[in-house]
Design a protein around this ligand. Structure first.
Ligand SMILES: Nc1ncnc2c1ncn2[C@@H]1O[C@H](COP(=O)(O)OP(=O)(O)OP(=O)(O)O)[C@@H](O)[C@H]1O
Ligand SMILES: [Mg+2]
Length: 359
């Protein structure tokens, strides 16, 4: 194998392959500061091909500097210093202008207090971690903001009612209490959604399978919207029989359908058409509307957390589709959005027929 480090004693191709699969960079250095091994991620991060790196001086292959521009290898001084040192904890360093999180381990012989025979360095791309941290910070601030506005209203109206109860007539009190009630519902819904998000992200979403009649579920959700005041002829349900028997989580299917229908009504326009049809490995459900649709370049973005297009003024939190996607994928299915045949958005998901759970 060309380019693979064979300087190592006990060279084992399988372990080299495994090391190459690591997401983090790995560089091993011998007792004289020469590179003996680099994995693929390290090649990518340093930009030095393996052929050139092996045998070269580590300060040339990996010229790491701290924020003040000091040479890291010089102040790390792996071969000098205290003979009980066994590692350098992870810290941010610069390689050219790129920030990497670098940690090192000193291998000694004998293991305790011996001289350093090898230094193993791991490199992690700091940009990815920064992105993650930023998205967490965004999440916290968005959640705080979303919770604060309904709570401000709840607090405002209750305080006003308590302070000036006598001064309002019944009709005014009723309006205030209805607002408080609706805002409390909003907080509850948001918290439920956030719990779903956290379950999806940590892979803790449980699917309890039973036979689910998808067209019947769709009919029920439509009936709910009609009962809530939507005109009946706004919804069209088309079922292409025969459908296979599907083993799914009924509550979650309801949640998926309700979300897609709500989006079609809230963000779309015109008639909402739901098509349920068999596909090779399961059942596909399309929800189409006649509104502006979703631009192709936004097609993947709409499924992200807190993403909302012009929907911002329509009062959503932008969690709906993220949760829908999580629920569909937890069933082993897929979801996408495209332009509906008659214009507007078409959200289409497919779920496999599934099988009963075996306890
Ligand atoms: N049928 C649709 N037609 C056009 N745009 C849509 C449609 N469905 C969703 N979108 C766009 O995708 C965005 C994200 O949808 P999502 O359901 O995740 O959030 P939301 O509806 O804004 O809030 P909620 O968390 O209450 O569902 C919406 O804000 C909207 O801009
Ligand atoms: Mg929505």
């Amino acid at each position: 194998m060309r380019g693979v480090n064979t300087h190592d004693r006990g060279f084992d191709p399988a372990s080299v392959i495994a090391v190459d699969d690591l997401p983090d960079g790995l560089v091993a250095v011998d007792d004289a500061g020469r590179v003996v091994s680099v994995n693929r991620a390290a090649e990518r991060l340093t930009g030095v091909p393996r052929e050139r790196a092996i045998g070269a001086d580590v300060t040339d292959v990996l010229p790491l500097r701290d924020a003040e521009g000091r040479d890291w290898w010089k102040w790390l001084d792996p071969y000098g210093g205290l003979s009980i040192r066994s590692r350098q904890v992870e810290l941010p360093l610069l390689l050219d202008r790129r920030e990497l999180l670098v940690a090192a381990r000193f291998v000694r012989s004998p293991a305790r207090g011996g001289r350093v025979v090898r230094v193993v360095v791991t490199l992690r791309d700091a940009a990815a971690r920064h992105r993650l941290e930023r998205s967490r910070a965004d999440l916290v601030s968005t959640v705080a903001h979303e919770l604060r506005s309904p709570l401000t209203s709840v607090k405002g109206f209750t305080a006003t009612l308590l302070a000036k109860w006598e001064r309002f007539n019944d009709a005014q009190k009723l309006v205030m209490l209805q607002t408080v009630n609706a805002d409390a519902d909003r907080v509850t819904r948001l918290i439920t959604e956030l719990l779903d998000v956290s379950r999806i992200e940590s892979g803790r979403l449980e699917i309890r399978r039973q036979v689910v009649d998808i067209p019947a579920r769709a009919r029920r959700i439509i009936a709910g919207r009609v009962a809530a005041g939507e005109p009946e002829d706004r919804f069209v349900l088309t079922v292409n029989e025969p459908l296979p028997e599907t083993w799914l989580d009924q509550d979650k299917i309801d949640q998926i359908l309700a979300n897609l229908l709500e989006n079609a009504v809230r963000h779309g326009r015109g008639k909402v058409t739901i098509v349920v049809e068999p596909v090779e490995w399961g059942v596909a459900v399309s929800v189409r509307d006649e509104g502006e649709g979703v631009a192709p370049e936004l097609a993947s973005r709409v499924f992200r957390q807190f993403w909302r297009g012009n929907g911002r003024r329509r009062g959503g939190t932008g969690l709906g589709l993220f949760i829908v996607k999580g629920l569909v994928e937890a069933h082993g299915g897929t979801i996408g959005v495209q332009r509906a045949p008659g214009g507007g958005a078409e959200f289409r998901f497919t779920v496999p027929t599934g099988a009963p759970d075996f306890a």
